[in-house]
Design a protein around this ligand. Structure first.
Ligand SMILES: Cc1cc2nc3c(=O)[nH]c(=O)nc-3n(C[C@H](O)[C@H](O)[C@H](O)COP(=O)(O)O)c2cc1C
Length: 377
């Protein structure tokens, strides 16, 4: 039965893109960029083309802004000419299917290893040896999963250079044919390491009070807006997110401040990860979408919510008016035709966690669309 009255399948304009539905593909790191060079190739093109839909929005996997921003073996970049060419082929395929695509820009900060950066020591807001000493923190390197390398605190004089790396990546995203950019400021990567006070112990203009901890993110947003204009820039945050050893003494105040400060730009959207999901794991199965509801009262623009949504709870969060769009992560991995499945109330296929971050086509481009499944059966 089709969801005829569904909000999920009502049109909305986002990023200047006339979307025909609100089932967004969430950013999903899948480690399939070609090596050496972290270049998006034909395999990635096939994967994204499979997931493109008419009037649908795809947010790319986290994409590194510079060689020293890298921290995950197999993740693509957007700083070299070859990477821009690779992405061009992908955005063309998504556009040919009538879809839209946003590039998620990433600096991994301390969640990295010198084998991935190929030399440069990982950086963070402050030095936290407990992070690299904890055997449960693992990062993907050419030699497999290992504990991150020791990191250093960014000097005050380093910060402008990283803001410039974001700006250049945004210019490249334009050349690559994207429809906009999203700042990855969640899940314990560099910008989140500056926001949350368990990882930021600085005493300069980027540490201490919330306004200082948010400064780096706001400077990055300003740089991206200078390239794209505000209505093509989104920001992803994880209020209360603890993934990657994050925590904050007052997350409501921190993320409320961020949502309020972003209002002055008039951005395309705020993308909120519900705290019931930590990274790629659900930790609060029965918890409702609390962060979205709260930030709705603070942020003036459109909200994409994400984290642990099913088709019915996604419909409900839109019905309540708490969000404008819903991003799905894991369901999009195993259901390339997710919008059609939801629209028609077809069953969803299960994902295989063991192939999330492997390096070939298995578990990547071999999940069939529903109609193909039903014809074979
Ligand atoms: C395999 C995998 C990779 C992910 N990679 C990213 C990423 O690159 N950037 C990001 O912001 N979130 C990433 N996430 C988090 C997802 O975007 C999403 O927030 C999370 O999966 C919860 O949504 P879901 O319950 O619909 O899966 C990843 C999640 C998974 C499962």
């Amino acid at each position: 039965m089709e969801l005829a009255m569904s909000k999920l399948f009502s049109p909305i304009e986002l990023d200047g893109a006339p979307l025909l539905h609100r089932v967004v593909m969430a950013p999903l790191t899948r480690s399939r960029a070609e090596q050496p060079g972290d270049t998006p190739g034909p395999l990635m093109r096939e994967y994204y083309a499979q997931r493109a839909s008419k009037g649908g929005l795809i947010i790319t996997e986290a994409t590194t802004i510079s060689p020293s921003a890298r921290g995950w073996f197999g993740a693509p970049g957007i700083y070299s000419d070859a990477q821009v060419e690779g992405w061009k082929a992908i955005t063309s395929a998504v556009h040919a299917a009538g879809g839209f695509m946003i590039s998620q820009l990433w600096h991994t900060g301390r969640s990295s290893h010198v084998d991935v950066t190929e030399g440069p020591v990982p950086v963070s807001a402050s030095v936290s040896p407990a992070y690299w000493e904890d055997p449960t923190h693992l990062t993907s390197t050419p030699g497999g999963w290992v504990q991150p390398s020791p990191h250093r605190a960014l000097a005050l004089s380093d910060i402008a250079g990283i803001v410039e790396d974001y700006r250049r990546a945004a210019v490249n995203a334009k050349a690559a044919g994207f429809d906009g950019v999203e700042v990855h400021s969640a899940n314990g990567y560099l910008l989140d390491q500056f926001l949350q006070d368990n990882s930021n112990h600085r005493s300069d203009a980027y540490g201490g009070p919330i306004e200082n901890r948010a400064r780096f993110l706001l400077e990055v947003v300003e740089a991206l807006v200078s390239v794209w204009g505000p209505d093509r820039v989104g920001v992803r945050i994880g209020p209360g997110g603890r993934w990657n050893d994050m925590s904050d003494s007052d997350p409501d105040a921190l993320f409320g401040y961020i949502a309020g400060s972003l209002n002055r730009f008039g951005l395309a959207y705020l993308h909120v990860i519900e705290p019931r999901v930590q990274g790629n794991i659900v930790v609060g199965e029965d918890r409702g979408p609390v962060a979205t509801q709260r930030l709705r009262t603070i942020f003036d623009g459109k909200i994409i919510t994400s984290g642990g949504f099913e088709p019915d709870t996604a419909e409900a969060v839109l019905d309540r008016g708490d969000a404008d769009l819903v991003a799905f992560g894991r369901h999009f991995i195993s259901n390339p035709d997710l919008p059609e499945r939801i629209r028609n109330n077809w069953p969803l296929a299960d994902y295989d966690r063991s192939t999330f971050y492997t390096f070939d086509s298995k578990g990547y481009v071999d999940y069939p669309p529903y109609e193909a499944v039903s014809q074979v059966a």
